[in-house]
Write a protein that binds this ligand. Structure first.
Ligand code: C6P
Length: 409
């Protein structure tokens, strides 16, 4: 196993203590911590290069524009996009999916058409499509999951057919950890002439991603889940799809010409970036990509598989603890959701926090999935590059303590 413990020094927040306990940060699926390299890149931009982009004739503005566009090129390289122009900066995964729903969906869907999703989707990949069905008369269809918590590819024919125009699914579940059957679903979409949209909010941060090899039409992700700032993410689209997609937001920056009654659009990707973009955040995103590239995404994945395997093994030693997700680390990422006896996950998270062990509790924006699991909420521990096995041990210790406190027999 590669030792990544030296990385911890790059994350100032990991020095924090709560009532004498060192912070054990196990909520990276919600948002990751930021290394000094990202903090410094944002700080340097504001201190030394701050100006609006794509507008100024002066050198400071040119510097800012170059830094912003260099960040786009870094993100493009990170996911192997064919060109930096295929990367649209958005506010994050949620904004990216909404953009596709309103920019592509509104224009291409008719009554009777289908949008095929899966039952494990995050609300970000459900609600925008529900909104679009109201405008277009299209319908939603859901691919179920198996008893082993994987998307059930044996049911594809029932869910994806000639009526289907869009297949949108999660590349990696934020609750179960399950990795999506990307090749199968992209192929099924293509076979019926539908487009495929991958919610890669949990995939891109944790596994090497090659958007060209994946073969989908759109892939969306957020910087803040991969060591970058909040408020920025990327929408990758195949160039022909981006060209046929309408802008979902209008305003400055995104136009070619504006007349009193109509306008024409700037080239892709600028036609999708209305208004002053999140410049500092983009530069921080670029620095995060540099940081992950220096570690190597193969190493990131190997480290997480090791931690996840260890966590699954240690958690299964705890009586009355139920894990929701595949057991095989090859089939999953590092988000591990569980319940402990009948202790409410919120109470559990509060007790764990007394030892500064931070886990998320709730439905994790996946109410339909939790309904299927038959629980209103779960507790979730999730890992990233800075986590260590000893932190899994601290989690397990705190869970034993919770059992004692709640008098679980
Ligand atoms: N999941 C979690 O704790 P945004 O908020 O736009 O950056 O990402 C939304 C999103 C979309 N898809 C998946 C699979 C996600 O996990 C998330 C964000 C966080 O699980 C916050 S609810």
């Amino acid at each position: 196993m590669t030792d990544l413990s030296h990385l911890r020094d790059d994350f100032p927040i990991l020095q924090r203590r709560f009532d004498g306990h060192p912070l054990v940060y196990l909520d990276s699926a919600a948002t990751t911590q930021k290394p000094v390299q990202v903090l410094d890149a944002v700080d340097d931009y504001y201190r030394n290069h701050n100006a609006n982009v794509h507008r100024g004739a002066y050198r400071l503005a040119q510097e800012a524009t170059e830094m912003y566009e260099a960040a786009r090129a870094k993100v493009a390289g990170f996911v192997n996009a064919a060109s930096p122009s295929e990367i649209v900066f958005t506010r994050g995964t949620t904004a990216g999916i909404n953009h596709i729903a309103y920019g592509w969906g509104l224009d291409h869907l008719q009554p009777g058409d289908r949008i095929s999703l899966t039952t494990l989707e995050h609300h970000a990949n459900v609600v925008p499509w529900q909104l679009i069905t109201r405008h277009t008369g299209a319908e939603l269809a859901y691919l179920p999951i198996t008893k082993d918590f994987l998307i059930d590819t044996s049911r594809i024919a029932e869910t994806i057919d000639e009526r289907t125009k869009i297949v949108a699914f999660s590349g990696m579940s934020n609750v179960l950890g399950s990795i999506g059957p990307i090749a199968e679903l992209v192929a099924a979409a293509r076979a019926v002439g539908a487009i495929s949209v991958i919610d890669a909010a949990q995939l891109v941060p944790h596994m090497a991603t090659d958007v060209q090899a994946m073969g989908a039409d759109f892939v969306v992700f957020s910087a803040h889940k991969m060591l970058g700032p909040t408020g920025i993410g990327a929408l990758w689209g195949r160039m022909d799809r981006l060209e046929e997609m309408e802008p979902a937001e209008g305003g400055g920056e995104m136009i070619h010409d504006v007349q009193l009654h109509e306008s024409t659009w700037a080239e892709v990707p600028h036609k999708f970036e209305a208004g002053t973009p999140p410049i500092a955040q983009a530069i921080g995103f670029g620095a995060a990509v540099d940081y992950l590239t220096a570690i190597g995404m193969g190493t990131v994945r190997a480290h997480e598989m090791d931690l996840t395997a260890y966590a699954l093994e240690r958690l299964s030693e705890i009586p009355d603890l139920t894990i929701y997700g595949p057991k095989d680390p090859e089939l999953r990422g590092g988000a591990v959701s569980f319940t402990l006896a009948d202790i409410h996950p919120h109470d559990l998270a509060t007790i764990l926090d007394q030892s500064a062990v931070t886990v998320r509790a709730g439905h994790h924006c996946t109410r339909p999935l939790h309904r299927l699991l038959g629980v209103p909420a779960t507790a979730r521990a999730s890992f990233y590059v800075y986590n260590e096995r000893r932190e899994v041990d601290l989690l397990v210790e705190a869970l034993h303590e919770a059992r004692r406190l709640f008098g679980v027999a």
